[in-house]
Design a protein around this ligand. Structure first.
Ligand code: G3I
Length: 352
């Protein structure tokens, strides 16, 4: 076992609950899930993004979720457009349902996300607000959302995808344009004030390896820490595509962020496959998932590994990246793919 975080009694209970050879998927071969027990033995959280619609109506999905995962991230339900489609008329239904479900199944919740360039309500993006007004709206939003889930959402992706894809400066958004670079510190401070116990993260895409974008992220984070802005960790999304595999330097990158005293999490792992996916594709996909997880397990500060959806039945990839799909651990029938076995094996090997 990599870390002595799990009391022996818990390990015994987890083993008794079936993390050895029992197949949790109705007969298909696997490498000894459920993942949740294996991850606990390895000393990390294993998470997934959750589709609020699926959670409300798909019994198979609802059954699989807490068996396999110890952490959930709302895929869309906590984004500003979902929470406040009309100004001053919040709709907490989807987010509440997920937080309640997680509580009932002793799962952690990763709140996603408080400030982003995308999925903001039209009244916000089209409101022509002044800088002072926008700062006020951002602070009030964060106070309301983080305050509502205080003590129940343990980690927040406070700022999502702040760096420009080129790596030269901040991404253009209503926040960077109207408020300026300070919007990041403003958001983090507001989140800390609303729940001093919650872990606060910046979550970034396409910054997994070493390169201009992760260099810019590193500089940003270093500056925030130097200015005593509250920040506990950095999330690396790790959306990958089968044909390209992983970018080089992931471990080195994780380690330099960890050396700043930060937690490192993998937050949105998936591996998109050009359709139709062949058996060879599925095998190679498993290898990529394993590399991702091994990169996390190799770095002590990497304490959580989240996949962006766990079944091809609900993955965002076919609509988000037309022509691609089959990106997750379980197929449309919720049966395990080689990727599931690869993740289970990586956890089991580490936990030995
Ligand atoms: O909410 C509307 C609904 O009212 C409408 O009827 C429906 C019709 O298509 O669309 C709904 O909005 C969709 C939304 O998901 C909620 O389901 C959007 O069209 C769709 O574009 C949106 O996609 C989400 C995407 O973020 C938006 O950028 C994906 O589900 C979600 O997986 C994805 O997640 C992001 C992370 O938050 C950040 N990192 C990248 C990742 C993948 O893009």
């Amino acid at each position: 076992m990599r870390r002595a975080l799990v009391p022996a009694a818990v390990v015994v209970a987890v083993l008794a609950a079936g993390c050895g050879t029992t197949d949790s998927h109705g007969g298909a071969p696997n490498a000894g899930g459920p993942l949740r027990g294996l991850a606990q033995r390895a000393g990390i959280a294993i998470g997934t993004a959750v589709d609020a619609g699926a959670l409300s109506r798909d019994d198979g999905y609802r059954a699989e979720l807490p068996r396999e995962f110890s952490s959930v991230t709302p895929e869309n339900a906590m984004k500003w457009a979902a929470l406040e489609p009309e100004r001053g008329k919040p709709d907490w239904a989807g987010a509440d349902a997920l937080v309640d479900f997680a509580g009932a199944h002793r799962m952690r919740v990763r709140g996603h996300t408080l400030v982003w360039y995308s999925q903001n309500p039209d009244w916000l993006t089209g409101g022509n607000f002044s800088r002072a007004e926008l700062v006020g709206l951002l602070r009030a939003h964060i106070a309301a959302v983080v305050g509502r889930y205080r003590g129940r959402v343990g980690t927040w992706d406070v700022v999502n995808e702040p760096i420009a894809d080129s790596g030269s400066g901040l991404r253009d958004s209503i926040w960077s344009q109207v408020i300026g670079p300070d919007y990041i510190a403003t958001a983090l401070r507001a989140a800390r004030a609303a729940d001093p116990q919650a872990k606060l993260f910046i979550n970034e895409t396409a910054a997994d390896g070493i390169g201009p974008k992760s260099d810019a992220l590193y500089a940003l984070v270093k500056g925030l820490l130097a200015g005593h802005v509250p920040l506990d960790g950095v999330g690396f999304q790790m959306h990958a595509e089968l044909a390209h595999g992983l970018v080089p330097g992931v471990r080195r990158n994780f380690r330099r962020f960890a050396a700043l005293g930060l937690e490192v999490n993998v937050t949105e792992a998936d591996v998109a496959v050009k359709l139709p996916a062949t058996a060879a594709d599925r095998g190679r996909q498993g290898e990529i998932y394993r590399e991702m997880l091994d990169d996390c397990l190799a770095v002590r500060a990497c304490r959580s590994f989240t996949v962006w959806g766990f079944t091809d039945r609900y993955s965002w990839i076919p609509t988000g990246e037309p022509g691609f799909g089959a990106a997750t651990l379980l197929d449309d029938n919720l049966d395990p793919k080689p990727a599931y076995d690869a993740v289970a094996r990586a956890l089991r090997d580490d936990a030995r």
